[in-house]
Write a protein of this length. Structure first.
Length: 471
């Protein structure tokens, strides 16, 4: 159309119900036929036009019923006459409540929508679909009215289901949603049994909530705002795409006693504590298992270099407060207080190496304090044919320095116990003097004698010196 036309409408609602004529029919088609006469510049029009309908409660001004327009595109008009089907449900399920209604018809002239005047009154025929004085167009409606609302209290209501098992049972077909709830004001929509999920909802409102659950105001009982259940092992009782907000405690696997209470293992790539985070603090737990950030001495008390880590500000206690003169004080109830292992198999190595420079040094001191049993003050073992189970080096050239010092207070204990499984090995090898304050047994348990030998005694040089001085 090169210019904008002025349309004149002379229209009549025919009022034919296309769903059938039986008053006992259980379901009615909410479509009625509309026939009208359309002129352009006073001449009956022959063309194809786009028409849309809206419903009003007044012939001139008033309020639109519902927020929807029902457009019909490509309507054929011959000599001004056209016939279309109007779906009454397009105006909302409560559009026809017994009050007068008028149709406003608009035609698109290629530039915009042109409203025809006057609005057309709705004749009684469409009201047969919603009549409160006749079920499906007959008599004895099962619905009752309250103002513009209707209600039913006798039993369950089924939509798409002949035998409803709930107050409202809705069964959809195919991949369509069974129920769609939409709020045009805030852009919130909810779909029940749609898109392969039991309930899905979304909102376009930046301050809205797709799903909102509240357990009411009850102080007792099991009140659940939102309840989800998954029967399949790969299913989800609740699935959230985006952020989730819970105002109170959350429990996984059990009733929550804290903000997040998990019965089982928690797996994560990392976590962040936002309460008093300070550089150098460490995460510790109290006797109840509650973890908090605690001072770690600002920066770490340990220093790191190419050789490892070290601490030089004082003594170190492991399993015990470092309140003794020992630089390293280890206390445990386990079998081993200190376990040292060197995996180098090709060179002379030491799993534990001790060095003392004092003239009264005890490089390694072992004290088996039990007063009974076969206790051992110092125990060393080497599996290598050239190895040392225990190696002590007192490097001072003067004084009473001791490379290895062992003591046992038990009557049958040993200050030092040496054992070898190698034919060419040494249970104990001493370079320099050796001192034993108690009896010594070689190859046998020591007796009351200072030296008891279970075997042959051989002297390669010097021989033996007896108390009377003879050799």
């Amino acid at each position: 159309m090169g210019s904008r036309n002025t349309y004149l409408g002379c229209c009549v609602v025919v009022g034919l119900l296309l769903a059938g004529t039986s008053a006992a029919q259980a379901q009615m088609d909410p479509v009625f036929t509309y026939q009208g006469l359309l002129k352009a510049e006073g001449v009956p029009l022959t063309d194809t036009v786009d028409i849309r309908f809206s419903l009003w409660d007044d012939p001139l001004t008033g309020k639109q019923i519902g927020s929807s327009f029902m457009p019909l595109l490509g309507v054929d008009v011959a000599n001004g006459l056209f016939t279309v089907d109007v779906d009454a449900m397009a105006f909302g399920p409560a559009a026809f409540d017994g009050n007068p209604r008028w149709l406003e018809i608009e035609v698109h002239d290629g530039i915009g929508w042109v409203a025809l005047s006057p609005r057309q009154p709705i004749m009684p025929a469409p009201y047969a679909l919603y009549a409160l004085d006749g079920a499906g167009g007959g008599g004895g409606s099962i619905w009752e009215s309250w103002g513009s609302d209707i209600y039913y209290t006798t039993g369950n209501v089924g939509i798409g289901e002949q035998y409803p098992w709930a107050p409202l049972t809705v069964v959809g077909t195919g991949d369509k949603e069974a129920v769609v709830v939409n709020n045009a004001d805030d852009g919130t929509s909810a779909y029940l049994a749609g898109f392969g999920t039991g309930v899905s909802a979304y909102t376009m409102n930046p301050d809205g909530a797709g799903v909102y659950g509240s357990n009411g105001s009850g102080d007792t009982g099991l009140c659940i705002g939102v309840w989800g259940h998954a029967s399949k092992p790969d299913g989800y009782a609740g699935f959230f795409s985006g952020r989730g907000y819970f105002e109170d405690n959350v429990g996984i696997g059990r009733t929550p006693a804290t903000e997040l209470d998990v019965a089982g293992t928690v797996r994560m790539d990392g976590f962040e504590l936002t309460v008093s985070p300070v550089s150098g603090y460490v995460l510790t737990a109290d006797e109840t298992g509650i973890g908090t950030w605690q001072p770690g001495g600002g920066s770490s008390v340990w220093s790191a270099d190419a050789e490892g880590i070290n601490y030089q500000a004082g003594n170190v206690g492991i399993g015990i407060e470092s309140d003794t003169a020992a630089s390293l004080n280890v206390d445990t109830n386990g079998q081993q207080a200190i376990h040292a292992h060197n995996g180098n198999a090709s060179a002379q190595t030491f799993a534990l190496y001790a060095e003392a420079d004092s003239t009264l040094a005890r490089t390694i001191f072992g004290d088996a304090t039990a007063t009974s049993g076969q206790t051992v003050g110092v125990f060393g073992r080497a599996s290598s044919p050239d190895g040392y189970g225990l190696f002590g080096d007192a490097s001072s050239a003067t004084g009473s320095a001791i490379g290895v010092y062992g003591r046992s207070d038990a009557e049958t204990g040993y200050g030092g116990y040496f054992e070898t499984n190698s034919d060419n090995g040494y249970a104990g090898y001493f370079v320099g003097r050796g001192y034993f304050s108690g009896n010594v047994g070689i190859g046998t348990t020591p007796t009351s004698s200072s030296l008891t030998v279970g075997g042959l005694v051989e002297s390669t040089t010097g021989g033996f010196k007896f108390p009377d001085g003879t050799i």
